[in-house]
Design a protein around this ligand. Structure first.
Ligand code: IFM
Length: 477
């Protein structure tokens, strides 16, 4: 199925993050991050991947910029490592660290690729993490200082900014379940980490604007939540999960309110005043989409989820596996229409409050080294679903696939590969996969052959009897 044409000026990009690619964890004055410390604990990274080296992006960024230029990409979403710029989390600035991003931005600009930095993609400076991390209100103020420092240096050349990435995952996986750094298992006592990340976002928007930055957004994960069964317990479980993962962050940012008064009451500090900061107007809003989640009544026993992490028993909801769809290497169901569903939900829920959207992440992990036809089919399906949402009235201005190259998939190490470009982790050699050529041709066709239909491989259809109707949609509030 050929991908439909997108409007002129639609931004085509790729995404990556510092911890997952840079390596060079103590080069040129970089300080340790909470993730550096977490990854160094024995057994934390599944395949023992060397996160201190990652893809070697710090040394090889020019190669990756050349790959972006070869794609014809309009933009590159990378992240700035906070501990590379402010090694102690506050105080002294590491000039060499800032210089690295200065060089990267120059290199991107020289190749006609728009730099779109994310200021926080999970790598909190270790001294701040050890002082409580996002459980401590002070971390939000330190983040805003750092955001201002980066903008002072780069705003003259960076036309697009992202404050924070996926605070829901940081809260859930890092502070509630302990699967990610910092490895805390606080369950619902993790909620202050959500509030402080939101506050950090709002304060950073102010700091960025004060330093002359413009075109500011955020990258939040969104996915439809489907109800697993018909009982009230199933419905309540799914609604709570939907609130925690979809609306706990989006509502404060876009409406200045928490989605639930009981949750708001658990948040620390002067919440009403903070919400005014958190809801500072944005220029655009980023959606990271991978797959819907099927949720129902609590489960009596702990569950190793399809994503490889364990949901403990005793949570007030239970995640179920979605049957009937093709699965990625991670075991995530391939549901392109879930993207149309969540985008139209966002549009309905927020109306005029929703700024123009960018898809800031979308992609799949596959164990197909170079002939990654299933990734092509995945991208084709999701871009078609994205265009359908736009046809239904959702204002989407750009698409960043995750990811340019294979990279360290957090605790999954090198085992889950999301890249358009293969990384040989022994030699750090980059080899474009079939999907790289496909994306390059797509971008070219979109920019230069607007009237010509494209010849592309057929998309894999969902398996027979895909879970239509088996699950009810609850997302949307
Ligand atoms: O690799 C991650 C990324 O860092 C955040 N969003 C999801 C991706 C795939 O798991």
């Amino acid at each position: 199925m050929p991908v439909p044409m997108f409007p002129p000026g639609f931004l085509w990009g790729a995404s990556a993050s510092a911890f997952q690619t840079e390596g060079a964890v103590d080069t040129d004055g970089k300080g340790p991050s909470g993730w550096d410390a977490f990854a160094a604990r024995p057994g934390r990274i599944k395949d023992g991947a060397d996160t201190t080296r990652a893809t070697g992006f710090h040394a090889r960024y020019r190669e990756d910029v050349a790959l972006l230029a070869g794609l014809g990409a309009d933009a590159f979403r990378f992240s700035v490592s906070w501990p590379r710029v402010v090694p102690g989390g506050s105080g002294a600035v590491n000039a060499d660290g800032l210089d690295f991003y200065d060089r990267l931005v120059d290199e991107l600009c020289a190749h006609g690729v728009t730099p779109a930095p994310t200021l926080y993609h999970w790598d909190t400076p270790l001294p701040l993490e050890e002082a409580g991390g996002w459980l401590d209100r002070d971390t939000a103020y330190r983040f805003a200082e750092y955001a201002g420092i980066v903008a002072e240096r780069l705003a003259d050349r960076v036309p697009m900014w992202i404050t924070i990435n996926e605070p829901a995952e940081v809260t859930l996986l890092g502070y509630a379940l302990g699967e990610h750094a910092p490895g805390r298992t606080l369950l619902f006592d993790a909620l202050p980490a959500a509030h402080h990340q939101l506050l950090a976002h709002g304060l950073a928007v102010r700091a960025l604007r004060a330093a002359g930055a413009d075109n500011i957004g955020v990258a939040l994960s969104h996915a439809p939540v489907w109800t697993a069964g018909d009982s009230d317990e199933d419905r309540l479980g799914a609604e709570l999960y939907d609130t925690l993962t979809n609306w706990l962050f989006a509502d404060p940012v876009l409406t200045g309110r928490y989605p639930d008064e009981n949750i708001a009451a658990l948040m620390p500090g002067p919440v009403a005043d903070d919400l005014k900061v958190i809801s500072a107007p944005l220029d655009w809003y980023g959606v990271n989409y991978y797959n819907p989640t099927l949720v129902g009544a609590p489960r009596p026993e702990a569950l190793e989820t399809f994503s490889g992490f364990t949901m403990p028993a005793g949570l007030p909801f239970g995640i179920r596996e979605i049957e009937g769809y093709e699965k990625t290497g991670f075991g995530w169901p391939v549901v392109p229409e879930g993207l149309t569903e969540i985008l139209t939900l966002l549009h309905r829920r927020y109306g005029d409050r929703l700024p123009p959207l960018h898809i800031t992440e979308n992609g799949c992990a596959l164990d197909e080294p170079l002939a990654d036809d299933r990734r092509i089919a995945y991208l084709e399906g999701h871009l078609t679903a994205l265009r359908a949402a736009m046809d239904a009235g959702v204002d989407v201005r750009g698409y960043f696939t995750w990811s340019l190259t294979d990279n360290v998939e957090w605790t999954e190490g090198a085992s889950q590969r999301f890249g358009l470009v293969h990384i040989d982790y022994e030699t750090l050699t980059r080899t474009p996969k079939a999907s790289y050529a496909w994306y390059r041709d797509l971008i070219h066709a979109q920019k230069h052959q607007r009237e010509q239909p494209q010849e592309q491989p057929k998309r894999n259809e969902p398996a027979e009897g895909a879970a239509e109707g088996a699950a009810k949609r609850v997302s949307g509030g």
